[in-house]
Design a protein around this ligand. Structure first.
Ligand code: ACO
Length: 322
């Protein structure tokens, strides 16, 4: 595994057309715009239309990333979709995306690490590329969490939304320092009961609904995320003070602020988009990444830290020289 670096060659995003504001949520459950904004920073979420599936969102975001990379879809030799809300129990949503993009070569598979799925995918993709298995890989985080929410539970339904974000990753050789520098992944299965879906093919033969003990998740999120960020720098000659941009999982504005504070990183360096789409699970990191690349904040040469935590618990971080 030497000489090849995994670079981000293109970014893309897609949010379903329908926007649901906090005021609309207050018509469904006993909540208010003030409560949601004060506790989470969220002002609205996008909800997929009837008949619009996770694969549709993924294909739209994937197409945009492929266009941004300036390549033809036929150059993609591997597709990874990070999702906890696949179209079907099987086959993998990634193979539907492969077909939807008209790609007939290579391989496609899903990764299930809930909100950490994109960061897990980045690490797996980096190893596939550096190991020579893939030259041009499409990594997508895509979710329709609206389909697994309990719309009568105000403690969870106000927090989540649907969306997709994608990156084209390519192997690059030769001089330069662009690319993924390091990644760290963690999980702790003993925390299952704090955040899970109460159904599945093997247990209930139903899809189930999301259940969460929010206060407990919050505490673990801040501690786990600041620990993993410190760890991802181990073995590099960099430190958190070198970070130009943090692109975190967009779950809750307060988690983002508390984590930045714990790390001693200027909050102005944290990309925040949670207000516009709520928690979109595996889609949230690439959605935020796309925004910051598109609006010119993230520039060539910047040191970008991606981090996420989600159900499982799973958590992880990647350090990228843009
Ligand atoms: N509207 C109005 N009131 C509400 C709502 C709502 N939507 N939801 C809960 N409340 C009430 C509660 O019933 C409670 O009322 P009580 O005091 O009469 O019992 C009160 O608000 C306070 O509830 P808490 O749960 O203590 O509120 P908290 O300040 O912890 O905020 C929240 C809740 C927003 C869920 C917070 O704990 C959180 O963000 N946790 C992290 C969860 C998360 O982001 N998970 C995403 C997946 S994991 C990840 O991505 C990191």
């Amino acid at each position: 595994m030497s000489g090849i670096r995994t670079i981000v060659a293109g970014v893309g995003a897609y949010l379903p057309e329908r926007i649901v504001t906090n005021a609309e949520m207050a018509k469904l459950v006993d909540t208010s715009d003030d409560w949601i904004v004060e506790r989470t920073g969220i002002t609205q979420r996008h909800i997929a239309a009837d008949g619009e599936y996770t694969s549709d969102l993924a294909i739209a975001a994937g197409r945009r990333a492929i266009a941004d990379a300036g390549i033809d879809a036929s150059e993609v030799d591997m597709i990874i979709v990070a999702t906890a809300t696949p179209d079907e129990t099987f086959p993998a949503t990634a193979v539907k995306v492969q077909a939807g993009l008209g790609i007939t070569k290579g391989a496609a598979f899903d990764i299930q690490a809930v909100c950490s799925g994109f960061v897990y995918g980045l690490s797996v993709a980096d190893n596939l590329i550096r190991g020579g298995m893939s030259k041009t890989l499409l990594l997508i985080g895509a979710e329709t969490f609206s389909r697994i929410l309990d719309w009568e539970d105000r403690t969870t339904c106000v927090l989540f939304g649907d969306g997709a974000g994608a990156v084209v990753l390519k192997g690059e050789q030769g001089p330069g320092n662009r690319g993924i520098i390091a990644s760290k992944l963690r999980s702790d299965g003993t925390k299952h009961d704090l955040l899970y879906v109460d159904g599945g093919p093997s247990t209930t033969q139903t899809t189930g609904k999301l259940r969460m003990r929010g206060k407990d998740v919050f505490k673990h999120a801040v501690n786990n995320l600041s620990d993993i960020v410190q760890e991802v720098f181990d073995g590099t000659d960099l430190s958190p003070s070198d970070i130009d941009w943090i692109v975190p999982h967009q779950a809750n504005r307060r988690i983002l602020d508390a984590t930045a504070k714990k790390l001693g990183v200027d909050p102005a360096k944290v990309v925040v988009t949670v207000q516009d789409h709520g928690n979109t699970s595996a889609a949230s990191v690439p959605l935020a990444l796309e925004r910051a690349v598109r609006d010119g904040r993230i520039k060539r040469g910047d040191l970008v830290l991606l981090e996420a935590m989600g159900g499982g618990f799973t958590w992880g971080a990647s350090l990228v020289r843009w």
